[in-house]
Each structure stands twice: as structure tokens, then as C-alpha cells.
Design a protein around this ligand. Structure first.
Ligand code: NAD
Ligand code: LMR
Length: 314
């Protein structure tokens, strides 16, 4: 983010120095899956990347370990994207294994790094990451975050359109998870305070929950959202780094190990600090529409979380 950080490719594979403007300390950030649609701004580790070294799996393993050693923040957009007609869960069979392998590398090479999981289905890949870390004895719930920032970016954009405001002046909490009905915008808590007609609530909820599918269909087989996700990923990574730097009042929505509901993971507003997630905000007052949405979200989320846990424990 040019406004807040000077980012420089150090030339060494998988490493990016991210120096807070005016701050003395730098942060080491790795992006895994960086040659894909989301990551090209910082091409780092990617299994399809041509190399001077002989290819197969040993090189990939060395490359991964070299990229991860000493990292303080690891961002994971590695994996396949959707095509029209697919749900995010349809990506599970391929992406679950990819996230598992990468998290095993993180547990070995940078167990204290903050991890931002972008790879879908986030509702399952975050529990997968947690199980891998638990197995390795390195799990710290404060350091594992599923990236739901794109839902917030979309929600702010669509709500701003309806209100006739600049999206930068709008704050919509989006809780739950990152797929269909699990994406739950809390329109009763929008800042600045405002009200919507029932028709607007239906329109906005549907548009926010299906924003990803809208892009997948528009791209007609060429993948899913990339530029908007790259924007959201940088915005979220920047928030994590500002937290690590010790800035106060850094609050964003993320899918984390949580006790705000009976589920083991849930997305809600979290305060980021030097140790990662330092506080998880409660959901606040929900209206009847949101309470109904929450029940639907929890049902689907429970199954997706269990699927991820079972994948590692089986
Ligand atoms: P892409 O296919 O363009 O890029 C993915 C990259 O990952 C490819 O270059 C691939 O070679 C690489 N890769 C695969 N396995 C790897 C491994 N083991 N190690 C390192 N790299 C590996 O896809 P994309 O558009 O960049 O999307 C990537 C993922 O992000 C998808 O699962 C997509 O659904 C997800 N996504 C999530 C959000 C979100 O809001 N959380 C938003 C957009 C996309
Ligand atoms: C999104 O919300 O754009 C991503 O999760 C990608 C997708 O498959 O929709």
C-alpha cells in the first residue's frame, strides 16, 4: 500500500520487505500462490513459477521453506478459483490439500507468523489450517485469520451506492463466513447511522452475499475476482501489519477462532495488535431479519467447518 508502506522486492524468492513509513522496523511478508490472479503485484512463491533449478517436488519444498523462513505475515491465495455453476465448496477437493501443505511449511519454518487465508472455501480452509497447526503444536488462534475483507469492501460499495455516499465513508460490519448465506451483512449497524426499506435490505443482502458469484459469472470461465481481492488483501494485510507495529484501534472483520457463537470459527469485527487478534467484538444488537440470517449462516458454517476439521483428522 503506497500510502502506508514502502514495499520492496528484495529479489530473494518469497521475500518482501514491508517497511512502515516513518517506522524503524520492517516486516517480512510472504505471499503463497503469488503468480495467480490475486498475487501478481508481488510475485513470490508459486508452484508454476519457472526456475533455474531442476523442477519437481524437492525444489518446491526447498522454495517453500526458503520463502517462509523468518516471515512475520504469510498471505495464502494459492489454489484454484471457481468457474460458473460452481460453489466455493466445489473447490475443496483441490484447495484443501494445497492449504494443508502450505500450512505444514508455515508450522515448520515460521510458526509465529500471522497467517491470512484467502484460498477458498475459506469456511473450511481456515479450520484446515488450524488443525495442521494443532497437529504441529504451533496453533495460536490469535494468529490465524480467514480473509473476509472483500465482503466488507463490496458491502461498503453497494451500501454507499444506495445512500449516495463515498464508500470510504461507509462502514458495514459483515459477519459469519465467506460463502453465500454465511456472508451476513449487518445493515442495522451501518455507519453513518441510516435506515433502509425492506426492498433495499433484500437487494443489498443478496448483492453482498452473491457478489463473488456475480464476478465468476461475468468472467465466464476465466476465474473469480482478482483485482478487487488484491485490493482487499492489501487492505487486510496492512491492518495486520499496523497491528503488529503497535498502532491502536485497528479493527477489521475476519474469520477467526471465536466464541461469539457456539461455532468454533466465526467472522466478526476483531481488534488487531502486536500479537494478532487481541479482541473479538461481539455481534451487537441484531434485528429480526439478521437473526434469521444468522441461524441460516450458522447451519451452513457448522458443516463447512466440520468438513475442514475431518479432512485433517481422518
Ligand atoms: P489463480 O488460479 O489465478 O492463482 C492461484 C495460484 O496458486 C496459481 O498461480 C497456482 O499455480 C498457485 N498454486 C497452486 N497450488 C500452489 C501451491 N501448492 N503452492 C504455491 N502456489 C500454488 O487463482 P486466483 O484467482 O488467484 O484465486 C486463488 C484462490 O483465492 C482461489 O481459491 C479463490 O477462490 C480464492 N479467492 C478468495 C477470495 C476471498 O475473498 N477470500 C477472493 C478471491 C479469490
Ligand atoms: C469472492 O468472493 O469473490 C471469492 O470468494 C471468489 C469466489 O469464488 O467468489
Amino acid at each position: 500500500d503506497p500510502q502506508n508502506h514502502q514495499m520492496e522486492d528484495t529479489g530473494s524468492l518469497g521475500r518482501l520487505n514491508c517497511r512502515a513509513k516513518g517506522g524503524a522496523s520492517g516486516f517480512k511478508v510472504a505471499i503463497l500462490g503469488a503468480a495467480g490472479g490475486i498475487g501478481p503485484a508481488s510475485r513470490l512463491v508459486d508452484e508454476d513459477e519457472p526456475s533455474r533449478l531442476p523442477p519437481p517436488s524437492i525444489r518446491r519444498q526447498q522454495q517453500l521453506e526458503e520463502a517462509l523462513t523468518g516471515m512475520e505475515l504469510v498471505i495464502i491465495p494459492a489454489g484454484v478459483p471457481r468457474k460458473p455453476g460452481m460453489t466455493r465448496d466445489d473447490l475443496f477437493n483441490i484447495n484443501a490439500g494445497i492449504v494443508k501443505t502450505l500450512c505444514e511449511g508455515i508450522a515448520k519454518c515460521c510458526p509465529n507468523a500471522i497467517v491470512n487465508v484467502i484460498s477458498n472455501p475459506v469456511n473450511s480452509t481456515v479450520p484446515i489450517a488450524a488443525e495442521v497447526f494443532k497437529k504441529a503444536g504451533t496453533f495460536d488462534p490469535k494468529r490465524l485469520l480467514g480473509v473476509t475483507m472483500l465482503d466488507v469492501v463490496r458491502a461498503n460499495t453497494f451500501v454507499a451506492e444506495v445512500l449516495g455516499l463515498d464508500p470510504r465513508d461507509v462502514d458495514v460490519p459483515v459477519v459469519g463466513g465467506h460463502a453465500g448465506v454465511t456472508i451476513l451483512p449487518l445493515l442495522s449497524q451501518v455507519k453513518p447511522p441510516c435506515s433502509f426499506t425492506p426492498k433495499e435490505v433484500d437487494y443489498l443482502t443478496d448483492r453482498i452475499q452473491n457478489g463473488g458469484t456475480e464476478v465468476v459469472e461475468a468472467k465466464a470461465g476465466a476465474g473469480s475476482a482478482t483485482l478487487s481481492m488484491a485490493y482487499a488483501a492489501v487492505k487486510f494485510a496492512d491492518a495486520c501489519l499496523r497491528g503488529l507495529r503497535g498502532d491502536s484501534g485497528v479493527v477489521e472483520c475476519a474469520f477467526v477462532a471465536s466464541q461469539v457463537t457456539e461455532l468454533p470459527f466465526f467472522a466478526s469485527k476483531v481488534r488487531l495488535g502486536r500479537t494478532g487478534v487481541e479482541e473479538i467484538h461481539p455481534l451487537g444488537l441484531l434485528n429480526e431479519y439478521e437473526r434469521t440470517g444468522l441461524e441460516k449462516a450458522k447451519k451452513e458454517l457448522a458443516a463447512s467447518i466440520q468438513k475442514g476439521v475431518t479432512f485433517i483428522r481422518k
